[in-house]
Design a protein. Structure first.
Length: 440
């Protein structure tokens, strides 16, 4: 059986490896010269930062299997997410821990209520792979996170935390996140925590996530034909086979195609055989979150430890090098939703200057800024954004459609996984599609 896999992110690499191990004759096409897609580790001085995906959750067992296989270790104690409130920069002043109550004494209670409310929606979903099975699916999918924030009547400070949480977790503004999608994500995590019997922690990995991509790339290269710098540009599906057009003018005839590329670049592919209307609507309609990450390396670590929320352009600030040695350290600004999109519109140098100035203001840093990198995912031509976000109405409309095969064409990638939005989901989707094709 011949299979062409398009895209060498974790979805494409996992699909290619499973297919080749199952006896398929696999060609893997990658548009760029680099493999790994939205996993991109960058070295700054002797330290490393992630400009794309950063944390592996304790529930992400497929990722942990890959880490074990390639000898990649977890770094430090790990994070426990909540609607993070370790410190707050508000109206020009930085407040840490309990002092956040000085800004608004109701904020902490309001956020507890908000977290409980969101968790309860997830608790009612038994099977996160079928979000339409939620007893209140239609109503939740008609509402957004912004509606939930309004219903709970959050004050200004709690609203900022909730909005930053949405921009960070969903890469989108609260108005652009379906409550049914939020419930699905909570349910997915709860089910895995219970099944695995683990406590929640999110970890960075020692040396960076690109090590996992490198390990997979080496193993896949032994079994499959990998062609980098080879963007797919067209697809023609007839009853017996599929023809994949490559930018250099060549054509590959194959039995199955795995489209493991994000929906932005997929929208640019020329489909000479018409896609079914519902699939076409889903591919072109599904929401996509936006993130710009900017990392600045300073000669000394003059900042408050821990994850902080700001009312400024930086949105959220934290230290990715917290478990790495050396006097210099890196601060990261993680900017999602409208703010991520606005920053992406500026040239990289301007973004870095604006974020560096903001970091100095928030933490009073006087140390020298010795290096920096900024990655605007909205601008990356073969990603066109951060990751999928199901907006109000889109879970019920698009979820099942995107996960069903279209003849010999199969979509893979985080956007069609149960663990949507994560590396785990990318790997999950690769394995799922490979098993389906091999069973054919
Ligand atoms: C800023 C940011 C932070 C994130 N944080 C986390 C996190 O902390 N934890 C986590 O688990 N996940 C995180 N994610 C999500 C995670 O990175 C993705 O879910 C995952 O890497 C997606 O893998 P993929 O294989 O589906 O797609 P991708 O990694 O995007 O791979 C797709 C590949 O297809 C290629 N391609 C595109 N068009 C074509 C074409 N026409 N022809 C051939 N090849 C093509 C691309 O170049 C790319 O290599 C984050 C993502 C971003 C952007």
């Amino acid at each position: 059986m011949r299979v062409v896999v398009v895209g060498t992110g974790l979805a494409g690499l996992s699909a290619a490896e499973s297919l080749a191990s199952g006896g398929a004759d696999v060609v893997l096409l990658e548009a760029t010269e680099r493999m790994g897609g939205r996993v991109r580790t960058v070295a700054l001085g002797g330290q490393v930062v992630e400009t794309g995906a950063e944390w592996v959750d304790s529930t992400h067992w497929r990722m942990h299997e890959l880490m074990d296989r390639f000898g990649v270790e977890r770094e430090g104690e790990g994070m426990i997410w909540s609607t993070i409130r370790r410190w707050l920069f508000w109206d020009g002043v930085r407040y840490a821990g309990e002092r956040i109550a000085d800004v608004d004494p109701r904020a902490v209670d309001e956020l507890d209520r908000y977290d409980d409310h969101v968790d309860a929606m997830g608790d009612a979903m038994a099977d996160p792979s079928r979000p339409s099975s939620h007893p209140d699916a239609a109503r939740l999918d008609s509402l957004s996170l912004a509606d939930a924030m309004r219903e709970l009547d959050l004050g200004a400070v709690a609203s900022l935390f909730a909005r930053r949480n949405s921009q960070g977790e969903f890469a989108a503004e609260p108005r652009d996140v379906s409550l049914l999608f939020v419930a699905q994500q909570r349910a997915q995590e709860r089910v895995e925590l219970e099944r695995l019997g683990v406590e929640f922690r999110a970890h960075r990995v020692v040396g960076g996530l690109s090590r996992i991509v490198d390990g997979l790339r080496r193993d896949v290269a032994r079994k499959a034909d990998i062609r980098v710098g080879s963007p797919m540009v067209s697809l023609d599906q007839s009853s017996g086979s599929v023809r994949v057009g490559v930018a250099d003018g060549s054509t590959l005839e194959t039995d199955h195609v795995v489209l493991a590329l994000p929906l932005g670049p997929l929208r640019a592919i020329e489909f000479t055989s018409a896609m079914p209307n519902d699939l076409r609507a889903a591919v072109h309609g599904l929401g996509w979150g936006q993130i710009t990450k900017t990392a600045v390396r300073f000669s000394r670590r003059e900042w408050l430890r821990g994850y902080g929320t700001t009312d400024s352009v930086s949105q959220r600030l934290y230290e990715p090098t917290i478990d790495q040695t050396g006097e210099p350290g890196v601060l990261m600004a993680y900017c999602g939703g409208d703010g991520g999109l606005e920053l992406a519109a500026q040239p990289e140098e301007e973004r870095i200057a604006a974020i560096t100035a903001d970091m100095r203001r928030v933490h009073g840093i006087t140390a020298e800024a010795i290096d920096a990198v900024s990655q605007a995912w909205p601008d990356a031509p073969f990603a066109r954004g951060a990751y999928s976000v199901y907006r109000p109405g889109e879970v019920l409309r698009y979820w099942d459609v995107l996960r069903a095969p279209w003849g010999r064409v199969h979509l893979a990638g985080e956007h069609v996984a149960t663990c949507t939005g994560y590396m785990e989901g990318a790997v999950e989707s690769g394995y799922t599609v490979a098993a389906r094709i091999l069973a054919d």
